[in-house]
Design a protein around this ligand. Structure first.
Ligand code: GLA
Length: 334
């Protein structure tokens, strides 16, 4: 274990100070268990779950801010920036939002009012602490021609629910930078659909300032060429780019292997190569990319330990289970 104060490696936030913020997703446990690592290397955080609709607003007249506030306090006391995640999503949103008192689908006007009340309250509360929000998360359909994923927001309000969310967020905090955030963002088919959505929002004059590339990647996919094209297409819209949920799984998405109890050297070496090449590419576009956030900080805690293969451990980050630099970290600071 690292003892406070004996860490000697270069600080990520200093290595990339001229390029972009270096962030980590955190939760009330990791701000304690990873406190020293976070404070040393990172200058930005995102709440892993604590600012999602179901966490903050479990019933129409109940808001629960305790856990989110703890994370905001952590950012403040460590001089970190904070991204807000996320105002509108098809997941982790309670049923009451979409239902009337008999449990039937509510109407467009009511749902818009609820959306506005939620956004006003949440964005308003964190006005002085959160400089950028993921306003809308994951509305693009992954495959095929269909643009928007089926969701209750879409069913009840219609496609302008997206524009409305941005407008409400802008009214609640005119200074906040507002992002659309999605995964598989570098796959050409989905990328082009995301671009189509972003263009139409910009054409309508919707207040949107950036695109969040989640970047849940692995050793093999997406290719560097696809990442480069995605960066160029999004940046050509005049939007700022944030990498919002970066991790590099050791497994292909459809790989179901469960035999590893420790990460093999050859895979760690491939991971180092991959991180090295990715950050080199990101640095080329540092005038468009203003923040790179990992979806965690070190291999002792990652959502990938359970996804998509339940119970399988993964090792997606720059720091190992004891918070020590891995080969991938060394490649970035060389
Ligand atoms: C999506 C969401 C995140 C998180 C991850 C899985 O990418 O945007 O908030 O839930 O899935 O952890």
């Amino acid at each position: 274990m690292t003892i406070m104060g004996v860490r000697k490696e270069a600080k990520l936030k200093e290595v990339f100070a001229e390029d972009f913020l270096i962030g980590a997703a955190v939760n009330p446990k990791t701000i304690i268990s990873q406190k020293e690592l976070l404070a040393y290397h990172f200058n930005s955080i995102t709440a892993e779950n604590e600012m999602k609709f179901e966490s903050l607003h479990p019933a129409e007249d109940t808001y629960t801010f305790e856990l989110a506030d703890q994370l905001v306090d952590f950012a403040r006391s460590n001089d970190m920036s904070m991204r807000g995640h996320t105002l509108l999503w098809h997941n982790q949103t309670p049923d009451w939002v979409f239902e009337d008192k008999d449990g039937k689908a509510t109407d467009r006007e009511t749902l818009l009012e609820r959306m506005k009340a939620h956004i006003d309250t949440v964005v308003g509360r964190y006005k002085n602490d959160i400089y950028a929000w993921d306003v809308v998360n994951e509305v693009i359909e992954d495959e095929g021609e269909v643009l928007l994923r089926k969701s209750k927001w879409l069913d009840i309000i219609g496609p302008d629910f997206i524009a409305k969310a941005f407008e409400y967020a802008h009214e609640a905090d005119p200074k906040a930078l507002l992002f659309y955030n999605d995964y598989n963002e570098s796959h050409p088919l989905k990328r082009d659909k995301i671009v189509k959505l972003l263009k139409s929002l910009l054409d309508q004059g919707v207040p949107i300032h950036g695109v969040g590339l989640q970047a849940h990647w692995n050793l093999y996919d997406p290719s560097l060429d696809d990442i480069r094209s995605a960066i160029e297409k999004y940046a050509s819209l005049g939007l700022k780019l944030h990498f919002t949920e970066l991790d590099v799984s050791l497994f292909r998405f459809d790989d179901k292997r469960t035999d590893l109890i420790a990460p093999p050297e050859d895979l760690l070496e491939m991971q180092a190569e991959r991180y090295g090449a990715m950050f080199k590419l990101m640095k080329e576009y540092q005038s468009d990319i203003t923040s790179v956030t990992f979806w965690g900080a070190a291999d002792d805690y990652t959502w990938l330990d359970d996804f998509p293969v339940r119970g399988r451990k993964n090792w997606p980050f720059l720091f190992d289970e004891l918070h020590q630099p891995k080969a991938a970290f060394k490649r970035l600071v060389e």
